[in-house]
Structure formats: structure tokens, C-alpha cells
Design a protein around this ligand. Structure first.
Ligand code: GDD
Ligand code: MN
Length: 380
């Protein structure tokens, strides 16, 4: 077996190592406010990658701390360094995808920019790929020899739970699908790139769940280090993004996840409406008509606010745009309500069944609201 491997490895290496010094490996590093870590990261990469041609591509989302300026300054002094600065965008997964798409090296590595990933396993990762043993080599915290470092119990528990959930869409023998540290053949990445959801943080889960053919992988243990400079960007909303990614992988081929989120929030809005209506009307502070009107306005504002925070997190409206968005949302939903009542009345007259009629009205209204607000309220 091992003889077969070494027999394979030599020609592969000779064929794939560019003789003109072009990189064999691109290290893709998504960054947001990592200024204090860049220099040390490049220094450590240079030590591990002495023997091969490599480059590092920082994909920065216009960090306010000037990460991109520093990366470009470093690039002028060091030909291994490149910088891809994105404007008006945020997203760890999409940054990784665009970094890989900007590379022409046969092998790509995704790695955090905050020194938490242990660069000393890079040679072993590359070896596993070049020898043909695997298509993806994953830095793993959840196999023997790996570890999560000094995470508090809360974060450790959440990570384990999220890992369990991921097994809905990735193979169960993959122990650390949440890893943001892995190397793969660029061609293999490319073959799946169009099927990626590229939402949120979990690019590896996305990759494993985005193709029909199983990926051949190995996991290589490492100890997750503590962050020395800057802070984590994984916030509560990352949980929402992760849920949306899983939903997209499970049912995305049937319904867009944004629509599912929009409809769910709409149902919540109905509950808010009824609660407000009950409170205003029952307490006899308002006549029914005024109570219903107030409840409608408040429920619409609630729906707009929550959709703006979650469903359209990536296109979130702020400042003046928020007010304009609220106005267009209310206008669209008012027309949706008219359509809802119209369709429901039509079905009721034709079939005489109130529940069926109501459902038909609600579905048409929801689809209308979603379609119109996705273009006029949150459209680009
Ligand atoms: N371009 C870009 N855009 N980069 C980002 C963004 C963004 O919106 N958000 C975070 N990053 C960069 C950070 O600057 C860092 O280099 C890297 O992505 C990881 O972000 P952290 O905020 O440090 O995440 P973490 O340490 O809590 O979690 C990471 O490591 C885990 C273990 O591998 C993530 O990679 C998790 O997905 C992973 O499970
Ligand atoms: Mn980190």
C-alpha cells in the first residue's frame, strides 16, 4: 500500500510543482480586524513552507483597523503576500470562496488569520494531498491528539452540539466538520464551488454537503490555540447563519431558505399582532378598528425589523435606508393583504371552505410579500 503511494507521489509532485516559481500552495486567510496578527502569521508560514513555492492571500472585508493597508504594505516587501480587499461585504465563507477563486495554485489552504490554527501541520496536510491519500486534509480538534484549548464550557458545549447537528448533512466519520482549517486540491474545490451556499462561517460543512460524490478526506490533529490579539467575530448571529446553512443544504433545492425564514417570521408576526390586539381591545383602551389598525402597524414594523436583522442580515438596512425600507415594506405588505383577502374570498365563493380559503389567501399574500420586498426593500 505505502509503496503504491510513493510510486504515485513522485510524478504527481514533478508534474504539479511549477518550475517557474509560481505557487504550489495558496494559503487563503479571511480577515476582519486582524492587523495585529498578519506579520506573525506570515513569519510562521514562511518557516513551515520553506521548501515549496507558496503564497498567502488575505481576503479582507474592508476592516476598519486597516488590515488591508497593512497586507498591501507587506505585499510590496514580500512577493509571497497578496491582498484581496472586498468592499461593502461581510462573510467568512464567501471570503474563503473568493480567495480560492482568485488562486491558480494546485493546492489551497483555508486558515484563520488570528494564529489560533497550528501551522506546524501544514507539511503533513500537503503530503496527504500530494501522495493522493485524500482530496481534503482537515486540521481537526476532535480526534486523538487534537483539542479545543481554553474555550469555556459554554462555547465547548455549543461547538459539540453544532458538530452533532452538522452530521445531518456531512458524513458521520468526519469528526471536525466545523473546522475552519483545511487544505484541498483546488480542482476539487472548483468542481463544487457553484453548489456552495457560501453563507455564514462554516465553509467546510458547506463543501461536504455540496456534491454528490463523497470527498476523500483525512483529519490531522492539532490544538486550537488561544487568541492573543483582537477578538472573535463569531457572535450569536453566527448560530442563525449556521441554521440557515443547514436548512439550505436540507431543503434549499425545494424552497429558498430566505423564504422559509421570511414565512417563519411572518407567523411570529401574526402572534405579535394577536397579542397586541388582545391587549389594546380587551383593556378597552381602543375601539376594535383602531386597535386592529395599531396592531397591524406594529406587527408590520416587527416583521420588518426582524427580517432586517436576520433574513437579510447580509443586506441590512441602516440609517435613512432603514426608514425607506420600512415604508416600502409596509406598502408591499398592504398590497399583499389586499391580494390575500381577494384570493381568499374567491376561493371561499367557489368552494365554500373557510380554512382552505384562508390558507390560499395567506400563501399568496406571503409569496407576494416575499417576492416584492426581496426586490424593492432589500434588493441590491
Ligand atoms: N473576510 C472576512 N469577513 N473575514 C472574517 C469575517 C468576515 O466577515 N469574520 C471573521 N473573519 C476572519 C477573522 O478575522 C479570522 O481570521 C477568521 O475569519 C476566524 O474568525 P474568528 O472570529 O477568529 O472565529 P473563531 O476563532 O471564533 O472561530 C473560527 O475557528 C473555528 C475553528 O476552526 C472559525 O473559523 C470557525 O468557523 C471554526 O470552527
Ligand atoms: Mn479565531
Amino acid at each position: 500500500q505505502s509503496e503504491q503511494h510513493s510510486a504515485l507521489a513522485a510524478p504527481v509532485l514533478i508534474e504539479q510543482s511549477p518550475s517557474n516559481g509560481a505557487p504550489l500552495l495558496s494559503v487563503i486567510v479571511p480577515t476582519f480586524n486582524e492587523r495585529g496578527n498578519l506579520y506573525e502569521l506570515v513569519r510562521r508560514l514562511a518557516i513551515q513552507l520553506q521548501e515549496i513555492a507558496w503564497e498567502v492571500i488575505f481576503v479582507d472585508d474592508d476592516s476598519p483597523d486597516g488590515t488591508a493597508e497593512l497586507a498591501r504594505a507587506m505585499a510590496r516587501a514580500n512577493p509571497h503576500v497578496r491582498c484581496l480587499q472586498r468592499l461593502g461585504r461581510r462573510g467568512l465563507s464567501s471570503a474563503c470562496v473568493e480567495g480560492v477563486m482568485s488562486s491558480s495554485a494546485p493546492y489551497v489552504l483555508i486558515m484563520d488569520g488570528d494564529l489560533q490554527h497550528d501551522e506546524s501541520i501544514l507539511p503533513r496536510m500537503l503530503q496527504a494531498l500530494v501522495s493522493g491519500e485524500a482530496d481534503v486534509a482537515i486540521g481537526s480538534r476532535y480526534i486523538d491528539g487534537g483539542g479545543i484549548g481554553q474555550w469555556d464550557d459554554g462555547r465547548a458545549m455549543i461547538s459539540r452540539f453544532a458538530t452533532r447537528l452538522s452530521h445531518l448533512v456531512v458524513p458521520p466519520d468526519l469528526k471536525d466538520p466545523m473546522s475552519g482549517f483545511f487544505m484541498m486540491r483546488r480542482e476539487v474545490f472548483l468542481a463544487r464551488a457553484r453548489a456552495l451556499s457560501a453563507m455564514g462561517f462554516k465553509i467546510l460543512v458547506d463543501l461536504f454537503a455540496s456534491g454528490r460524490k463523497p470527498l476523500r478526506f483525512v483529519e490531522i490533529p492539532y490544538q486550537f490555540r488561544n487568541r492573543q490579539q483582537g477578538e472573535s467575530k463569531l457572535d450569536n448571529q453566527a448560530a442563525w447563519d449556521y441554521l440557515m446553512l443547514l436548512l439550505d443544504k436540507l431543503v434549499g433545492h425545494l424552497l429558498p431558505v430566505r423564504f422559509i425564514a421570511f414565512a417563519g417570521i411572518g407567523a411570529l408576526g401574526l402572534a405579535v399582532h394577536l397579542l397586541i390586539l388582545g391587549a389594546l381591545f380587551k383593556s378597552e383602551s381602543l375601539a376594535f378598528q383602531s386597535a386592529q389598525a395599531s396592531a397591524t402597524l406594529l406587527a408590520m414594523s416587527f416583521n420588518f425589523t426582524v427580517n432586517n436583522l436576520l433574513t437579510y442580515r447580509d443586506r441590512r438596512l441602516q440609517g435613512f435606508g432603514w426608514w425607506r425600507g420600512l415604508a416600502s415594506f409596509m406598502l408591499a405588505c398592504s398590497i399583499g393583504a389586499i391580494a390575500n383577502v381577494g384570493i381568499a374570498s374567491y376561493v371561499f365563493d367557489a368552494k365554500g371552505q373557510w380554512l382552505l380559503a384562508a390558507l390560499a389567501g395567506v400563501v399568496v399574500g406571503a409569496v407576494w410579500n416575499y417576492a416584492v420586498t426581496s426586490v424593492y426593500t432589500w434588493g441590491k
